[in-house]
Design a protein around this ligand. Structure first.
Ligand code: ADP
Length: 236
């Protein structure tokens, strides 16, 4: 379970999150909001990639400020651009690297790698250079490389933003079938219709927290009212 308690954050004196309190227990949680509203900063806090300036984030009672490494073993993170996540030359190596340092035998690592590549439709690409994969395949590889580590929670920061419709569908169906708790940041609002809970972040504040359709309505209303995020055209 993730708890966010009284979290404030600034970058170089520029405040980006103001007093966020959350307990995330639902299996499928969406996070929406304008560019620059603070979603990614919040998401990165959930596995300790960003430490809040004030307040704290707890994962199963562990504070991200002290237990970043253990928390990242429980909470996987998928970035918007798979190219930034793929670090090894070949597809199989990129998955296997996530299993290093776990005391597994070479044979075990090879078996788990082969299994997960098969599960996510990448078996035929096992020994291919990862950079030669298509955009959709790269995002599936990024996902497989995180899932092979068997996290309990998966944070996905706009994993479909750079994909075409077919690959959006593939990634979304994959995420929806996972046993893990999934926390998904997205601008593809229709993806969220069957989520348990959707948060709307607006200018670093939790503007709405509830059912998907109401959250999307709330977000649309914010935007049509001129919005409160960068690009807004009405004075406050
Ligand atoms: P979102 O995910 O909603 O687009 P972000 O959390 O990425 O929002 O960004 C919120 C604000 O913080 C933006 O103004 C962004 O430019 C700024 N920001 C994000 N990351 C950094 C960083 N590492 N250093 C400085 N400013 C940042």
């Amino acid at each position: 379970m993730i708890r966010v308690e009284g979290v404030h954050h600034s970058y170089d004196d520029h405040p980006v999150l103001h007093g966020i309190d959350l307990t995330l227990t639902e299996s499928r949680v969406g996070i929406i909001g304008a560019n620059g509203s603070g979603k990614s900063t919040l998401a990165r806090m959930l596995n300790g990639l960003v430490i809040p300036e004030r307040g704290r984030v707890l994962v199963d009672g562990l504070d991200t400020r002290k237990h970043g490494h253990r928390i990242r073993q429980r909470v996987g993170f998928v970035f918007p651009d798979a190219d930034t996540q793929i670090i090894m030359p070949t597809v199989a190596e990129d998955v296997a690297i996530g299993l290093s340092g776990r005391g597994l035998s070479k044979a075990d690592v090879a078996r788990r790698t082969t299994d997960i590549l098969a599960r996510y439709g990448l078996a035929a690409h096992h020994d291919r250079p990862a950079h030669l994969l298509s955009g959709g395949q790269k995002q599936m590889l990024a996902l497989a490389a995180v899932l092979v580590t068997e996290p309990e929670i998966l944070i996905c920061d706009e994993p479909t933003t750079l994909l075409d419709l077919r690959n959006v569908t593939l990634v979304v169906e994959t995420l929806k079938a996972l046993p893990q708790q999934v926390i998904l940041l997205t601008h593809h609002l229709d993806i969220l219709h069957d989520f348990d809970r959707v948060l709307v972040i607006d200018e670093g504040r939790l503007a709405f927290d509830g059912a998907p359709s109401e959250a999307v309505d709330h977000y649309r209303a914010l935007v049509s009212a001129g919005g409160t995020a960068p690009g807004r055209n009405t004075p406050r």
